[in-house]
Design a protein. Structure first.
Lengths: 407, 247
């Protein structure tokens, strides 16, 4: 067909001025490479944030006990155990709450055989795992009866298990906290990093009563640090927050105008703002990279215009031997598109390659998706057509007589 | 009479039929008339030399003959087709199939091999590359340059380049060759060789040739001489044979 003829003509024209073709391509290579790299990093960050949000659990509130003011010195939130197990039970009975668990937490040194490990202890009720949507990888959860009688049983996080048990299966083993033995009932599934970047698997979970009475020994009986609450739906969370505040003010007998001695935080909102931030970041990265793509396109137009002027006589000769306007247009457009697409392919390889290198050397999560490649390819072809059209049209509209006379 | 492809062509179908042709060029001082009422008929197999000083309108005339320019007024029929009635695509096709151009400056594409140069018009006829090149090589052989098929134009002399340009003009088996000062850049010995080639094409293949020149001895190779002056034809007569055309 005609097209293959035009294709060969375009290829030979590109080959005739290799350095210039390569330099023109460089604009596209850098543009596409930058877009692919930035999109990979942006998508990687988004996925990482999404994973930490998912691992935290959805629709969560944290109700923390308030700060105490003693002789003008204000301690931090949770410093005064204003919340009680009874508060947690009352909140659990509010409508729209899927599950809730009181939390009493602290650090402790664990010992197993020759190994020991300092980790965070969570004293909770059995439905804590339900609140956090945290499955058990092996073994079983503790029961309500364990909670009632403050038995020395525990669930162990993956990281803690690795540090303390190495290759051994922790289920059924007994570790020590201080002098007291604790039996491992189960191993939790892996959660990964939290939004703040801490390891959520470096944890030991025990019944609330066990933590309160056996490990930390609170001077206030039945006091807890915080309550983790999961709402049934995201939509009802604002009303629910008000309901929790009202309930606790009532229970704590706070008068009008008196400050809350507790705080309620919507974790989902925090997570969403983190997700929004990364989304905007990756859009910004993509936008900046796109600018270089446009600059690359302008580079193509520039070179094609020079090329048309330089080859005016050639165009005249082609027209004299019977080329139609459309033939000349096709030839120059094809040249622009070929440069653009060849640059795009090289840029794609370069972008993917550097994304992989970034991942290897900086451990920044990157996602190289097929879609970013397809997008870059379509954009490159579009840029070739868009920026190639004007010079090609200029070539096609040349007056053959003038063109033949051009020196 | 007998045409180039061996077919009988009716004597009354001219290759070129021009009636009362005018061409004005717009200038800041008003329209400048380059051609003022030209009429000319050229029959198949004729060899016409167009002569005249610079500015006499012969270049404008050749551009119109080559369908590269349009007359302001008047009719031009090329091979029985009224050129002004054709659109851009049909004009390009007519140029491709009916005409062959030979220029003073040879006008070969410098980055292409000679065989590619000769095959260029076939690109626009959609002929596959292999067939294009085979045909181009046959024509290069006919003009005696087969061994340079893969060379670039810069490797050969001017006379050789003009022979390549003639081969290119011939590749679509044109009815009419338009040659604009084909020997203008060549020395007299080489010019004679080029003119001998034109004469051969005219006599043996029956190809109609219209050739612009301002050199009298070049014009002697033609069988008919048309002289332009100030946009009109002032003389149209057969070449007197006894003046001699063979060196």
């Amino acid at each position: 067909m005609m097209f293959t003829g035009m294709f060969n003509e375009a290829c030979s024209a590109m080959g005739a001025n290799r350095l210039r073709t390569a330099l023109t391509m460089l604009g596209m290579i850098i543009g596409v490479g930058a877009v692919v790299l930035m999109m990979s990093i942006g998508q990687g960050a988004q996925i990482a944030v999404k994973e930490s949000i998912d691992s935290m659990g959805s629709n969560l509130f944290v109700v923390a006990s308030g700060s105490a003011t003693a002789s003008g010195v204000r301690s931090g939130s949770g410093s005064t155990p204003t919340l009680t197990t009874a508060d947690a039970e009352a909140i659990g009975e509010l409508p729209g709450i899927a599950a809730s668990s009181p939390i009493h937490t602290g650090m402790a040194q664990l010992v197993y055989g020759p190994l020991n490990w300092n980790t965070r202890i969570f004293g909770v009720t059995p439905n804590y795992l339900d609140v956090r949507s945290w499955p058990i990888a092996a073994g079983d959860n503790f029961t309500e009866s364990d909670l009632r009688s403050a038995t020395r049983v525990a669930l162990i996080g993956q990281s803690t298990a690795e540090n303390l048990f190495a290759e051994e299966d922790p289920v059924g083993k007994t570790l020590r906290i201080g002098q007291a033995p604790y039996q491992i009932l189960g191993v939790l599934a892996r959660k990964g990093q939290s939004l703040e970047g801490s390891d959520q698997d470096d944890v030991l979970i025990v019944p609330l009563t066990t933590a309160q009475r056996q490990i930390f020994g609170s001077p206030f009986q039945g006091s807890i640090r915080s309550i983790l609450v999961r709402a049934e739906q995201a939509e009802i969370m604002p009303q629910l927050e008000i309901a929790i505040v009202d309930l606790l003010r009532q229970r704590h007998r706070l008068r009008e105008g008196q400050e809350n001695d507790f705080s309620v935080r919507d974790l989902t909102a925090i997570a969403e703002s983190a997700a929004e931030t990364t989304r905007i970041m990756s859009m910004l990265l993509g936008a900046i990279a796109s600018v270089s793509l446009v600059v690359g396109g302008i580079g193509i137009m520039n070179i094609m215009l020079v090329s048309v002027t330089e080859r005016t006589r050639e165009i005249g000769i082609r027209m004299a031997v019977g080329a139609r306007e459309i033939d000349v247009l096709t030839q120059f457009l094809l040249e622009a598109i070929l440069i653009s697409i060849a640059g795009c392919l090289i840029g794609l390889a370069l972008g993917v390659g550097s994304a992989v290198l970034v991942h290897i050397y900086t451990a920044v999560p990157v996602i190289v998706s097929g879609s970013s490649g397809i997008v870059a390819f379509i954009v490159a072809a579009a840029i070739g057509i868009f920026f190639g059209f004007y010079p090609a049209q200029k070539a096609a509209r040349l007056d053959p007589i003038e063109a033949l006379r051009y020196q | 009479m007998l045409g180039g492809d061996g077919k009988i062509i009716a004597r009354d179908t001219p290759v070129i039929a021009i009636r009362n042709l005018y061409k004005d060029y717009p200038t800041p001082a008003g329209a400048f008339p380059a051609l003022k009422g030209i009429s000319l008929t050229v029959y198949p197999g004729e060899f016409v030399a167009v002569m005249g000083p610079s500015g006499s309108g012969k270049s404008t005339f050749m551009n119109i003959l080559g369908c590269l320019d349009h007359p302001t007024y008047g009719d031009y029929e090329l091979n029985g087709k009224l050129v002004s009635s054709l659109d851009e695509e049909a004009t390009a096709r007519l140029r491709r199939r009916t005409l062959g151009f030979v220029f003073q400056g040879f006008n070969l594409l410098p980055r292409m091999t000679l065989e590619d140069n000769v095959a260029l018009p076939l690109v626009y006829s959609g002929v596959p590359r292999e067939r294009r090149l085979a045909k181009a090589r046959r024509l290069l052989e006919k003009v005696g340059l087969a061994r340079y098929a893969k060379s670039l134009p810069s490797r050969i002399s001017g006379g050789q380049q003009q022979r390549v340009a003639i081969a290119r003009a011939l590749i679509n088996r044109p009815k009419l060759i338009l040659a604009d000062e084909p020997t203008g850049n060549l020395d007299s010995r080489t010019s004679e060789k080029i003119m001998a080639l034109f004469t051969k094409l005219n006599r043996r293949k029956g190809i109609t040739i219209v050739l612009v020149t301002h050199e009298t001895d070049i014009a002697l190779h033609a069988r008919r001489q048309v002289r332009f002056l100030d946009g009109v034809i002032v003389q149209d007569a057969p070449t007197r044979k006894e003046e001699g055309t063979q060196p």
